[in-house]
Ligand binder design. Structure first.
Ligand code: PLP
Length: 370
């Protein structure tokens, strides 16, 4: 295993030991949850238990949870279902929403990344969409959208509301009825579960978006043999995440405060979304003159894994679409570094990051400008 200091939890998290134990206990079994024999029925019971755990995380009825392969599938399933009608999405959505259809109408955000509610309502009146999709917590900045207000406006104008809550799960409460969410996307690997498993959770609007056709699994809402071990791990991770939200928040908030207090002392640093409601585990900053590629590589060589915003698009040289939508210059949007902490992060990791940062700053400070 890599001995790097891992500060990239918004990309993916280490598996929690309880999740690993729950999965390995059953992985060697020939579990097909649709089989009628005893082994199949045992698998089905495991899947149904996990369904309860996911439903509890979202405060949704158990029978509204549809297991799938993760949030890319969940987001595509919902967007594709409505693709023949106008769809409004916030400009800072993940590519798993933005690229799910060519004709999406973008809702502008302010300099903190929050949906501009007046302009949103004007777009609702103008386009009369069937669907609105706005994420709960942004994966690059950690900024939390006012979901209850956005869904209320959506419903007022007769549309349904989808929310990508991938970066919210385990970090803030997700109460689907209170927030007015009709379709919710979750992914296990962002909160200590395995990769390649997630869920689309339905509200009570009565619409079931479906992408994959084939077998009758998941009440015909998602064909394909259920990933039983993955689903069990997802359920366990959800149970742990729900039980630990307060503890997670206070631990990661302390890391965030320490990081940001130190970073702010450097001239020319901009920390995104710092004045608004933000997930406690995320800090996104840029400094004029330094590119994120250079910084990332330098951190990497010094044993620290951080990201340049969206991990799903790392390797790309284009500026972050999230920061561009927030009004950042091309230079700032190409220079951002994201630090995201999680369940295994310790004080020593933050100290190590800051030590390397001081060293890199000294080395590169001639390039920095106001
Ligand atoms: N939505 C958000 C906000 C994400 O951060 C990610 C992954 O980075 C995804 C969707 C895609 O999730 P998955 O890896 O489950 O396909």
């Amino acid at each position: 295993m890599s001995d790097q200091i891992y500060l990239d939890y918004n990309a993916t998290c280490p598996l929690k030991p309880e999740v690993f134990d729950a999965m390995t206990a059953i992985m060697q079994e020939p579990h097909n949850a649709s089989s009628v024999h005893q082994t199949g029925r045992a698998a089905n019971m495991l899947v149904e238990k996990a369904r309860e755990q996911i439903a509890a995380l979202a405060n949704a009825p158990t029978n509204q949870v549809i297991f799938n392969s993760g949030a890319t599938e969940g987001n595509n399933t919902v967007i594709q279902h409505f693709k023949d009608e106008p769809i409004l999405v916030s400009a800072t959505e993940h590519d798993a929403v933005l690229k799910a259809d060519d004709d999406l109408i973008h809702i502008p955000v302010d300099e903190n990344g929050l949906v501009k509610l007046d302009e949103f309502e004007a777009l609702l009146k103008q386009h009369k969409p069937a669907l609105v999709s706005v994420m709960m917590v942004n994966n690059e900045s950690g900024v939390i959208q006012p979901i209850a207000e956005i869904s209320a406006l959506t419903h007022k104008h007769g549309a349904l509301f989808h929310c990508d809550a991938v970066q919210a799960a385990g970090r803030i409460e997700i109460d689907m009825p209170a927030l007015g969410i009709d379709f919710l996307t979750l992914s296990a690997h962002k909160f200590g579960g395995p990769q390649g498993v997630g869920a689309l959770v339905l509200g009570l609007c009565g619409v079931t978006p479906t992408l994959l056709q084939g077998g009758g699994q998941e009440k015909s809402a998602r064909a394909g043999t259920e990933n039983v071990a993955g689903i069990v791990g997802f359920g366990k991770a959800a149970e742990l995440a729900k039980a630990n939200i307060d503890a997670f928040t206070s631990r990661t908030r302390a890391f965030q405060e320490k990081l940001e207090e130190t970073l702010k002392a450097f001239q020319g640093i901009h920390i995104y979304g710092q004045d608004v409601n933000r997930a406690a585990n995320t800090t996104l900053f840029s400094i004029n003159g330094l590119s994120s590629e250079t910084l990332l590589m330098a951190f990497d060589l010094d044993g620290i894994a951080v990201s340049n915003g969206s991990a799903c698009s790392s390797g790309k040289v284009e500026p972050s679409h999230v920061l561009k939508a927030m009004g950042a210059s091309d230079e700032a949007a190409s220079g951002a570094i994201r630090i995201s902490t999680g369940w295994k992060t310790e004080d020593a990791d933050i100290e190590a990051f800051l030590k390397v940062w001081h060293k890199l700053y000294e080395r590169m400070k001639d390039k920095i400008h106001a």
